[in-house]
Design a protein. Sequence first.
Length: 314
Amino acid sequence: MNSHRARLIEKTDLSREVAGLRFQVLDGQLDCLEPGAHVDIGLAPDLVRQYSLCSWDTEGRWFDIAVKHEPEGRGGSIAMHALRIGDEVEIGGPRNNFALAETRKHITLIAGGIGVTPILPMVRELQLSGADFRVFYVVRSQDHAAMDPQFRQMDLGERYHLHCSETDGRFDIAAVMQTLPVGGDVYVCGPEPMLDEVLNTGSELRGGAIRFERFAAAATFAQAPNDSFEVELQASGKVLTIGPEESILDVLREHGVPVEFGCHEGLCGTCMVDVVDGEVDHRDGVLSPDEQETNAFMCVCVSRAKSERLVLQL
């Protein structure tokens, strides 16, 4: 994975919780800058977090991200908000697990809270291409709508819908899904309950697809029981035992098997490996339900095995 040094050159309060941060790349340029992409930001040797790109220059010399202050979080947002102009960080990526597919079909985009960060550049590109789309931006109140000014500046008209729950009531996802045109696609990023409701209500889409990105680890598996299982490395035939308190990634690294990794939470997709044989207990937030059903690949930082052994293409 490519890595760069970057310097914070601008810092703006986008709302009372969200800060906009612009970084200048100091050594070279970033490639593959596109809607849905994210970068890894190394704040310390053991503190690496992923942030979606909000905007960037065409030469890859600078990029913008937006970070919500989470006092009860895992420390990443606190460290990001503490950065000062001139501070330098390590940058990895970009990578894109939430790419905007080329299509002439209708697209509905749903952004919940800070989940708006990958949605914003998607809307910019869709508008430039003349696509058929609409976007729903769901926040608690107007004070929390960090990206509302950017959407307004695009003059989207009736294609843009800001929903403030405190004044507008609960956002009716089912009603939105029922108005999707035949074959229409959905892109959604937001809190876990929102993603679950979109996936559940969209289970009977008429020819369309749902593409999503999580920005927090799913709570579904937090208390799930863990059993021991074996992992076989296809190249060498070596068999490793994964204990109940160990991850596949941890054991692979202990045995010197080179695997890239990032978030340790199944959110960034860095540690994805191909599965040759066996049934996977998927616990990531990257793969869609259809992709998980194939058992073709897995995130080794969080996912485990349903079968007694997995054979990995390593």
